[in-house]
Design a protein around this ligand. Structure first.
Ligand SMILES: *Cc1c(COP(=O)(O)O)cnc(C)c1O
Length: 394
């Protein structure tokens, strides 16, 4: 009934699976028939503190009873608190802007870079260089920044000027011209196949950009908020970017986006804004999520979970050499390169039937983005079901 309703009234932009989830508990989801699924996707890296998290639910309820929204024309106490919290966790000297999604966070970052390019140079610099296989969003500008030509359909042309994408991180430096103002990268390409960039090459790029007074924008929409095992993947890479964007895991599923920048005085009142961005509800959620995850990291539990997940993933890859090539990724953002794209698609479908939710990334990468709070038992059960799925169709 709801499937038909969805088909009749919602535009067909997704290839949906019509399971009807009713409830969740940490990394386990239950559908309308009571069947349970181990969630190795967390809503594409969003449900960082798990489904049905009672601390997050209580914080949302307490906030919603008082205020959900008043607009950015007035002080928003939890927005100020969340900005302070992110600044401290980032260990950087930054200020923040709050939006509602990853694409919007990146749009804001691009606007700031362009104004910087206007203010700081005699001849305005405006070009933003990105990498092949990158993903930066679905708005007309961020889709243009995305380095996958399949996204640049002529149906939606014309696209904004000032973007070009490049094959290798080593190619970016030589691509800098007198119009270039910034380079935007993901440290681990999420949608493009779970590809971690080379640390030395990233550090070299960061240094070169700094020397030229050009900006490094790091899109941590997926890698940020402890997904990499650290608060920021930038910490692992030991770089201090000019702008970092965040979104997915930041508020545990409540829509939010943000960027932080060391360039605190480029934007002036009126330069940028958002009706919903940073409102009471989403920023309260962000504070609660960060409080939960900071304690989880400090106690050593996050590292233990990452290690255990990787150990079990390693076993399954080793036990199935017929289908898997190698493992990639950081923290709880993991990929397994598969030999055959069609087998991978089938594996995800049969895994679903066996009660484990899996993602595909790029062309032939099996991707894992579990809730950061996934338990040992859930990890064991998820991999057991995945092995069962593999055994049952091969
Ligand atoms: C998901 C994602 C985005 C887009 O975020 P939305 O919230 O869907 O707009 C941008 N960049 C990266 C790296 C992402 O993973």
């Amino acid at each position: 009934m709801f499937e038909q309703m969805d088909k009749d009234y919602v535009l067909h932009t997704y290839a949906r699976n019509y399971v009807n989830f009713k409830q969740g508990q940490n990394a386990t989801l239950f559908d309308e028939n009571g069947k349970d699924y181990i969630d190795f996707t967390s809503g594409i890296g969003v449900v960082s503190v798990g489904h049905g998290n009672s601390r997050l639910a209580t914080a949302l309820y307490e906030q919603a009873k008082n205020l959900i929204h008043t607009s950015n024309l007035f002080l928003i106490e939890p927005q100020a608190l969340l900005a302070k919290k992110i600044k401290e966790l980032s260990k950087m000297d930054v200020r923040l802007f709050f939006a509602n999604s990853g694409a919007e966070a990146n749009e804001g970052a691009i606007k700031l870079a362009r104004k910087y390019g206007q203010k700081e140079f005699k001849n305005k610099r405006f070009k933003v260089l990105t990498l092949e296989h990158s993903f930066h969003g679905r708005t007309i500008t961020t889709v243009k920044a995305t380095g996958q030509s399949s996204f640049h359909k002529s149906d939606f042309a014309p696209y904004p000027d000032g973007f070009s994408y490049h094959e290798q991180i080593q190619n970016l430096i030589s691509a800098i011209d007198e119009e270039t103002v910034a380079v935007m990268i993901e440290l681990v390409q999420g949608e493009g196949g779970v590809n971690p960039l080379d640390k030395k090459a990233v550090q070299n790029l960061a240094k070169t950009l700094k020397e030229k007074k050009l900006l490094l924008i790091v899109d941590e929409v997926q890698t940020g908020v402890y997904r990499s095992g650290e608060f920021l993947a930038s910490h692992l890479y030991e770089i201090v970017p000019d702008i970092i964007t965040l979104a997915k895991g930041l508020a545990g599923g409540v829509p939010i986006g943000a960027f932080l920048t060391t360039h605190k005085d480029i934007f002036e009142p009126g330069d940028h804004g958002s009706t919903f961005g940073g409102n009471f509800l989403s920023t309260k959620a962000g504070i609660e999520v960060l409080n939960i995850l900071e304690a989880y990291k400090q106690s050593g539990e996050l590292d233990k979970t990452c290690n255990y997940f990787v150990q079990e993933l390693h076993k399954i890859v080793k036990n199935n050499p017929k289908y898997f090539i190698n493992e990639l990724g950081l923290g709880l953002m993991r990929g397994v390169r598969c030999k055959d794209e069609e087998v991978l698609k089938k594996m995800i479908i049969i895994g679903f039937d066996a009660g484990v939710l899996l993602l595909r990334s790029g062309r032939n990468t099996l991707r894992f983005l579990p809730p950061l709070t996934i338990t040992k038992e859930e990890i064991d059960e998820g991999f057991k079901r995945l092995q069962y799925a593999i055994d049952s169709f091969m």
